[in-house]
Ligand binder design. Structure first.
Ligand code: NAP
Length: 223
């Protein structure tokens, strides 16, 4: 599976403020770029923290949906949530039945919550004991035909993707705004690295809107 991580961060590396509400960090050209990236993906994945904070639909517009159909793809990319305890609300926007939805849960997820999600258009994928085991979950998603995965955040999930050496490309829009705050989410949170820091290759830099788009690849990623 080819994994692209994409996010927008402030000049000081934050994905959002300490209030964790959605913030417009990028501008119209970056929104279009992200829409194209989504439309070129088999699936778009976020962590449950992002679902609870932003309630994203992870959808593409009708023009892009039509183009996808002409190319023989489902109109909308599939949606995936990393959600160890099946906390995704059954009225979440991404469960709107316009696309296939996979909720990756752990064995610790309450049965009744998993059943409720299955009844609300989601396909549960169990991987991991207490937390979603990403390599296992991705193998199961590959069996569902997902080859190109776009990971849109947040910082906890992005850390786990790097920690498990699952990232092929990182694109990050750096906006011209300072957010600050020791408790505000950053691009890569989790436990953080103290050695074996993932090293990236900078492939491209573009001025876009009022910020900069950085494109990195991950050399020497294990196959
Ligand atoms: P997150 O990364 O969206 O979700 C983290 C949660 O996912 C974890 O707490 C965990 O909860 C669950 N999870 C399950 N398996 C996991 C695994 N293997 N590794 C990591 N997490 C796993 O949450 P976040 O870091 O708090 O980010 C949310 C914030 O980021 C919001 O403020 C949102 O607005 C912002 N955001 C910004 C952008 C941007 O581009 N600027 C994009 C996305 C999000 P369980 O243990 O309960 O499963």
């Amino acid at each position: 599976m080819h994994v692209v991580v994409n996010a927008a961060m402030s000049t000081d590396g934050k994905l959002s403020s300490r209030r964790r509400t959605q913030l417009e960090i990028s501008g119209p050209r970056d929104f279009e770029r992200v829409a194209d990236l989504r439309a070129a993906s088999d699936a778009v994945m976020v962590g449950i923290g992002t679902v609870l904070a932003d309630d994203p639909s992870l959808s593409v517009d009708t023009d892009r949906a039509r183009t996808r159909e002409h190319q023989g793809n489902p109109p909308q990319p599939a949606r995936i949530v990393a959600d160890s305890r099946a906390r995704t609300p059954t009225d979440a926007d991404l469960l709107d039945s316009a696309a296939a939805v996979y909720v990756c849960v752990s064995e610790a997820a309450p049965r009744n919550r998993v059943d409720a999600l299955a009844a609300a258009n989601a396909v549960p994928i169990t991987a991991g004991t207490d937390r979603v085991d990403l390599p296992r979950a991705l193998r199961a998603l590959e069996d569902e035909g997902i080859e190109r995965l776009l990971v849109e955040g947040g910082g906890e999930l992005i850390y786990s993707f790097f920690a498990a050496d699952l990232v092929d490309e990182l694109t990050v829009f750096v906006g011209s705004v300072i957010i600050g705050g020791r408790d505000a989410p950053t691009l890569v949170d989790g436990d953080g690295f103290v050695d074996a820091y993932p090293r990236l290759a900078l492939d491209d830099v573009d001025k876009l809107d009022d910020g900069v788009l950085l494109r990195f690849s991950v050399p020497n990623r294990s196959p």
